[in-house]
Design a protein around this ligand. Structure first.
Ligand SMILES: NC(=O)c1ccc[n+]([C@@H]2O[C@H](COP(=O)([O-])OP(=O)(O)OC[C@H]3O[C@@H](n4cnc5c(N)ncnc54)[C@H](OP(=O)(O)O)[C@@H]3O)[C@@H](O)[C@H]2O)c1
Length: 263
């Protein structure tokens, strides 16, 4: 009876991970969201699948995520098999910034770097530490953080992608932190992994023309690194690849960064 908890479950990849995991009635799936919307597609999913439990919790607020872990513990009898930290925050007004655009302004610079680091680094640590007592008692003992190939120096150099500076640095921090967790938690039999989910179409509704244009530019850049990238993949494809990575995670691979497409 494996149990899973997924942060950032309201939409996109988080919600699809919940959907796929819930297909197996023996799984218990905790969907952690910042706020509960009873008319949302996630709420409809939970209506249709009694093995989904929606829990409110914000990974950027330590007390909130601790309360979520307490609620999870009551549902799961104190044990959790797999934690997937999927939440992500970016400031779209500065998302495209490259290094030379870092402003000569302390507050603006702090804000620029802090926004994505809140979810990728602090939020990842708070969510992991809050759920750790449950993971320690679980059977599978696995922790996955969802990262990005944007944090891979080889990808940056091959594609020439100089933008998304703060986001990429935050995900690089996530990758280091997941290795530190692997080193610290190995004696307890806990395995960790940072998963690159691929370039995924999580856009809801029709794409405005400027988004379509930007995607074309990005595709040409990504193909310089991997010519097999023919466009964004679906959330269904990415989530099932991610679940294969988590399934295969063992002590030998703990603490590494894995591109889910390779599974
Ligand atoms: N889409 C891609 O092509 C791609 C590529 C590489 C990596 N990734 C990574 O894959 C993961 C999922 O990506 P996605 O595109 O599905 O989702 P996303 O739009 O990046 O957001 C995922 C979730 O994060 C939570 N979130 C958003 N802003 C937040 C904030 N300020 N504070 C706390 N939580 C916040 C929201 O969940 P709740 O409202 O439920 O809390 C949201 O549903 C992310 O970690 C992303 O960086 C995606």
């Amino acid at each position: 009876m494996p149990s899973y908890a997924i942060t950032g479950a309201s939409k996109g990849l988080g919600r699809e991970l919940v959907r796929q995991l819930a297909q197996s009635p023996s799984n218990t799936v905790l969907a952690i969201v910042r706020s509960l919307d009873p008319s949302s597609p996630l709420a409809a999913l939970a209506q249709a699948h009694p093995n989904i439990h929606i829990i409110t919790g914000n990974v950027t607020d330590p007390q909130s995520i601790l309360a979520a872990a307490k609620e999870a513990s009551a549902i799961l009898d104190g044990k959790l098999d797999v934690l997937i930290h999927n939440s992500n925050s970016v400031d779209m007004t500065t998302f495209s910034h490259s290094p030379t655009q870092v402003p000569f302004d302390l507050e603006a610079t702090r804000q620029f770097y802090e926004e994505p680091i809140r979810t990728a680094v602090w939020g990842a640590a708070w969510a992991t530490n809050a759920f750790l007592p449950l993971i320690e008692k679980g059977d599978l003992k696995k922790i996955a953080h969802i990262t990005s190939s944007m944090a891979n120096n080889e990808v940056i150099l091959k594609t020439g992608v100089d933008y998304a500076l703060a986001y990429s640095i935050a995900k690089a921090g996530m990758n280091v932190q997941i290795a530190k967790y692997a080193a610290e938690l190995a004696p307890k039999g806990i395995k960790t992994v940072a998963i690159c989910p691929g370039w995924v179409d999580t856009h809801e509704g029709p794409k405005p023309p400027q988004v379509v244009e930007a995607l074309k530019v990005m595709q040409a850049q990504f193909q310089k690194w991997d010519p097999s990238i023919k466009g964004q993949i679906s959330v269904e494809e990415s989530a099932s690849e991610q679940l294969r990575v988590i399934e295969a995670l063992d002590a030998a691979r703990s603490g590494t960064v894995i591109r889910s497409k390779d599974y």
